[in-house]
Design a protein around this ligand. Structure first.
Ligand SMILES: [Mg+2]
Length: 379
């Protein structure tokens, strides 16, 4: 695992980490959380004059985990040996904790290392991984419970009308499932706004109880809801299985998965597994989660951070779709040049031939949103 690189292969010379803060464009809430700003922890891995970028949406403490616990296992290593770096970082987190902040931190470094490797090889990441599909379907995701009716309709029409995305998702389970009437009214309003031909999804973020979710799922069917995400807490696997058995919508969960055993336990209880490469161990482990899902006869759907997932998603035979999440799309489009276009509901990662993830941070935006920054390795 600690194989030193040979002189002929490039090495990872340094990591730099930024904690970036992005205020939301309006207060945002789902069934079980509210927020007014989003933190991104951005990692740059350098080899010679080549830089690769990875990130996670997590706590600022991720930056300390990276510089204090992980950097020594990435810096100095052969830049092509990403799975070896991933495994050594995974082992280094044993006592600090691999799930949670440790998983976010490890993921950001892993993503930066994949981007770096692809850039060193002058390949779009999808071509380094190997393409399984020409395009990557996305669904518009937002519909926060804080939206006014007018804001909700405008957002839905932007995705379905202006951008031609044929799948959308809104948040339900407002105030821990205590506002069922408003949930149902918002679903009805969303269905009217998008028309009969758009796939309509809902995400309760674990807000409902088991019996409540079963009862509401039947009401949601009146509006042809096709996807019911985290109807109950994703820690309640028996509850997920019970809702799955009782409704026609696909039950989905997995966004809080940090390790493969978590996905293995969840897979038998859902219709579609979700995984987030910015949490589960980067692109390295996300690909393995997809294989695990495939072994259970399931598709994988990528959670949030669409520009992290797009290239790896095109390498999956069993991809369902990626989440074109309002909050993260806004941040990624602001911070990076080279963002992907969701028009028509499909991304085309690698089409422009740009190496790696194809993204370049805008220096002025980076500086403007930086809270702290730190480095490890040779400057
Ligand atoms: Mg969700």
């Amino acid at each position: 695992m600690s194989t030193p690189s040979t002189p002929s292969t490039p090495t990872v010379d340094a990591l730099r980490v930024w904690v970036l803060e992005f205020p939301t464009d309006a207060p945002e809430a789902d069934g079980t959380a509210t927020w007014t700003s989003t933190t991104m922890v951005l990692v740059r891995a350098r080899s010679g004059t080549t830089h690769g970028y990875g990130w996670t949406y997590g706590a600022p403490a991720c930056a300390d985990v990276i510089t204090d616990l992980l950097a020594e296992h990435a810096v100095g290593r052969g830049a092509f040996d990403v799975p070896a770096a991933n495994e050594t970082m995974h082992r280094a987190l044993r006592n600090a904790g691999r799930p949670g902040i440790g998983g976010h931190a490890l993921s950001a470094v892993d993503i930066a290392l994949w981007d770096l490797k692809a850039r060193l090889l002058h390949l779009p990441l999808v071509d380094l991984l190997g393409r399984a599909r020409p395009t990557v379907p996305v669904y518009g995701s937002g519909g926060f419970t804080t939206c006014t009716d007018q804001q909700l309709e405008a957002q839905l029409r932007r995705w379905t009308g202006e951008q031609g995305i044929p799948r959308v998702k809104i948040k339900v389970g407002e105030s821990w499932g205590s506002r069922e009437g408003r949930d149902l009214a918002r679903i009805a309003r969303a269905r009217r706004a998008v028309g009969p031909d758009t796939e309509l999804y809902v995400d309760a973020n674990g807000a409902y109880t088991g019996k409540q979710a079963v009862r509401l799922a039947q009401r949601f069917e009146e509006h042809d809801v096709r996807w019911f995400e985290e109807p109950v807490s994703s820690d309640d696997l028996a509850g997920l299985a019970r809702v799955r058995a009782a409704c026609t919508a696909d039950v989905a969960a997995g966004e809080y998965g940090y390790t493969l055993p978590y996905f293995a336990a969840m897979a038998p209880t859902v219709d579609c597994l979700q995984a987030d490469a910015t949490r589960c161990g980067g692109i390295t482990v996300w690909l393995r989660a997809a294989a695990l899902a495939q072994a259970h006869g399931l598709d994988l759907s990528g959670h949030c951070a669409p520009h992290v997932h797009a290239h790896a998603a095109a390498a999956l035979p069993n991809l369902r779709h990626l989440e074109w999440f309002h909050d993260h799309v806004r941040i990624e489009d602001l911070l990076f040049d080279g963002g992907l276009d969701p028009t028509g509901g499909e991304l085309h990662p690698g089409r422009d031939g740009a190496p790696g993830l194809g993204l370049t941070p805008r220096r002025d935006v980076l500086q403007h949103h930086t809270v702290t920054t730190a480095s490890a390795g040779s400057p």
